[in-house]
Write a protein that binds this ligand. Structure first.
Ligand SMILES: [Zn+2]
Length: 199
């Protein structure tokens, strides 16, 4: 599982536990959760994945633990608490840079949007696809090298666009985190069953 969307009082009926039920999966069944970065629309619903190993970059964990971070509107207290609980239970695997998670899935720190943002590369029938998460909110951010105006380090954001293109088999398989075209492209590519973009 890679990222999980927001779950808060305003959006109690939103994804992903509810989406997972549609395909007869339960959050408690997941062994691994790749957290691309610590913002509520990606870290959300973490308490539901109570048995999974949480994969997160060291830089991102430090970002989530920074003084005052818990007050940020982009973080849910329950998610941060679940992350800390996972750490206490030795279920938080911390990464520094790039690494293979299992054959066919690898994690790559690119930073920029947040200090330890990581993208996820997945080997598919079409070749290596890349879940770009918020390293590229929309395709146009990447293709025009025009960063979405929320970032911690603009130089890293721009460098991440190039890195995204290096990691994927082709640019059509760089799947932007918030772009509605991602769902269309995943369907066209026959990847819809494994890729559900954020909204
Ligand atoms: Zn996001």
């Amino acid at each position: 599982m890679t990222d999980k969307d927001v779950l808060n009082e305003r959006q109690r009926t939103k994804r992903p536990p509810f989406e997972l039920q549609r395909v007869h999966l339960h959050p408690g069944d997941f062994s691994d959760v790749d957290t691309t970065h610590a913002r509520h629309d990606h870290l959300g619903c973490l308490p539901s994945f109570s048995r999974a190993v949480i994969h997160i970059q060291n830089d991102e964990l430090a970002f989530a633990r920074a003084p005052g971070a818990e007050q940020a509107p982009t973080l849910e207290q329950a998610d941060v608490a679940a992350l800390e609980a996972a750490a206490l239970e030795n279920r938080a695997r911390r990464w520094d840079g790039d690494g293979g998670l299992v054959p066919g899935i690898s994690l790559h720190r690119v930073g920029g949007h947040t200090p330890g943002l990581q993208v996820v590369r997945v080997n598919t029938r079409q070749g290596w696809a890349e879940l770009a998460s918020d390293s590229a909110h929309f395709d146009e951010n990447r293709t025009s090298s025009n960063p979405f105006p929320i970032f911690e380090n603009e130089d890293e954001v721009v460098a991440a666009y190039e890195r995204c293109e290096e990691l994927a088999a082709n640019n059509q398989l760089v799947l932007a985190g918030h772009d509605p075209h991602t769902r269309v492209r995943a369907r066209w590519r026959g990847l819809e069953d494994v890729l559900v973009p954020a909204e």
